[in-house]
Structures are given as structure tokens and as C-alpha cells.
Ligand binder design. Structure first.
Ligand code: ADP
Ligand code: ADP
Ligand code: ZN
Length: 216
């Protein structure tokens, strides 16, 4: 089963993708994580994208399309994948359709995570993740069970993203409205879009996604 999670920054895409990965034989393909790994490695690609990401703008489509195409070819994707943060433009969505067609693959569900914009800044401001395994947390809404210790790998180091500052977040939300929101009518037209209420608590959202992918 292959899924796309669609929604603005802070909607909970990464949180739900990680939970689905734990529950099912699916891999989370987060283009944001891939780009951050490229920056951390100091590669040419990393150097090229760093300024763009720090500004809250989108990395060029051709780079992103190549990155996803190569990743989907890896053997671990054969059981199914969850796209988190891709596609983000109509050009990316069209390229995805074409590449899946060529690879004889398909998307089973496109899930829109619907959320009021007022909560996004607060969600992003409190976001942090485990430096060991990447598990996502929130200062208020998703604390580790034991303060300062990762629930999943027991490491005690955590990181915050440099682009999770209020000013960059505003640019990212504008970028989402201008370039990514048009994907909603794109997928609605293909009858594959299902919407979940991403304002609900994390567990409730997970249950709603399970209903979408399990039945109907
Ligand atoms: P995205 O990947 O869509 O940008 P994240 O999954 O990283 O969003 O979530 C942003 C922050 O909000 C994280 O700190 C996460 O713990 C928290 N969060 C995610 N879903 C919810 C929710 N349903 N209610 C409250 N906080 C949430
Ligand atoms: P969030 O989940 O908070 O929206 P991501 O981790 O998905 O953030 O993305 C962080 C940044 O990485 C984006 O602001 C953008 O600069 C870049 N990025 C990630 N995915 C894409 C993509 N599909 N196309 C273009 N840029 C991307
Ligand atoms: Zn961890």
C-alpha cells in the first residue's frame, strides 16, 4: 500500500507517517528529512538546498523529483511507502503520476490532513525530535514518557529545526497556500482524496487514518 499525506507544515504528517511506519510494513519517505540529511552530510546537494530551506522556500522540482524517483526504486519501498512532504507542487504531482506509471506502481490513498491555520505556529514552535532515531515530539502535545529520554531508542539528545522559527514558518505557510494547496483539487479530481480531521488528538487522527486505509 502506498500513501500520500498532504497538509500544511505542522499538520502532523511526520507524526502520523512515523506511527503508520511502526504499525504497518511501510516506509516513511520524508523529503524534508532527506534534504536535512544531505545538509548534515555536507554534500553538494546539501550546500545547494540549505539557503532555500532556511528561507522557507521550495527546493526546485527537478531535484525533488529525481530524489523521490531514486528512493522509490530502493528494495525497502516494495512493501509500500508513505510520502510525507512530497508532492508539494502540481509539477511534482504530475511527475509522480508519470514515474509510478512507468514503474508499474500506484498510490492507494491520498490523505488530506485538515487543520485550522491558527494551531500550526504553536505546533511548529514546540516541535523537537530525537537526535538518535528521529522520532518526533512536542513540548506540550507529545512529550516523551520519561522527560528527556526518547520513547523509542532511549537516547537523551534532541534537536530542533532551524527553519522552525516564527518568521520562516510564516513564509512556509504562504508557500504552502500558493504552491501546495492546489494539489487538493488535483487529487479530488482523481477521486483518490480522503480528508481527516487533523485538529483532533494524535491518537484520534491515527485511528481516523486507519479507517481510511483499512476499509472503504
Ligand atoms: P508536519 O510533518 O506536518 O510538519 P509534525 O508531524 O512534525 O507536522 O507535527 C508538528 C508538531 O505538532 C510536532 O511537534 C507534533 O508532535 C505535534 N503534533 C502532531 N500532530 C498533532 C496533533 N494532532 N495534536 C497536537 N499536536 C500534534
Ligand atoms: P514541514 O513538514 O514542516 O512542512 P518539511 O520537513 O517537509 O517541513 O520540509 C522542510 C523544507 O524542505 C521545506 O520548507 C522546503 O524548503 C524543503 N522541501 C521538503 N520537501 C520538498 C518538496 N517536495 N519540494 C520542495 N521543497 C521541499
Ligand atoms: Zn529516539
Amino acid at each position: 500500500m502506498n500513501l500520500i499525506l498532504l497538509g500544511p507544515p505542522g499538520a502532523g504528517k511526520g507524526t502520523q507517517a512515523q506511527e503508520l511506519e511502526r504499525r504497518h510494513k511501510l516506509v516513511q519517505l520524508s523529503t524534508g528529512d532527506m534534504l536535512r540529511a544531505a545538509i548534515a552530510s555536507g554534500s553538494d546537494l546539501g550546500n545547494e538546498v540549505k539557503t532555500i530551506m532556511d528561507a522557507g522556500e521550495l527546493v526546485p522540482d527537478d531535484i525533488m523529483i529525481r530524489m523521490i524517483s531514486e528512493r522509490i526504486d530502493q528494495p525497502d519501498c516494495a512493501n509500500g511507502f508513505i510520502l510525507d512532504g512530497f508532492p508539494r507542487t502540481t509539477a511534482q504531482a504530475e511527475a509522480l503520476d508519470k514515474m509510478l506509471d512507468e514503474k508499474d506502481m500506484k498510490i492507494d490513498h491520498v490523505i488530506e490532513m485538515s487543520v485550522d491555520s491558527e494551531v500550526l505556529i504553536k505546533r511548529i514552535a514546540g516541535r523537537f525530535s530525537c537526535a538518535g532515531c528521529g522520532a518526533g515530539y512536542h513540548d506540550e502535545f507529545q512529550k516523551p514518557v520519561q522527560d528527556g529520554v526518547c520513547d523509542h531508542c532511549s537516547k537523551t539528545e534532541f534537536t530542533r529545526r532551524p527553519d522552525d522559527n516564527p518568521e520562516t514558518v510564516r513564509t512556509r505557510l504562504d508557500t504552502y497556500e500558493a504552491q501546495t494547496a492546489p494539489l487538493l483539487p488535483y487529487y479530488r479530481g482523481k477521486e483518490s482524496l480522503r480528508t481527516v480531521d487533523a485538529m483532533a488528538e494524535i491518537d484520534v487522527v491515527t485511528a481516523e487514518i486507519e479507517t481510511v486505509i483499512g476499509g472503504a
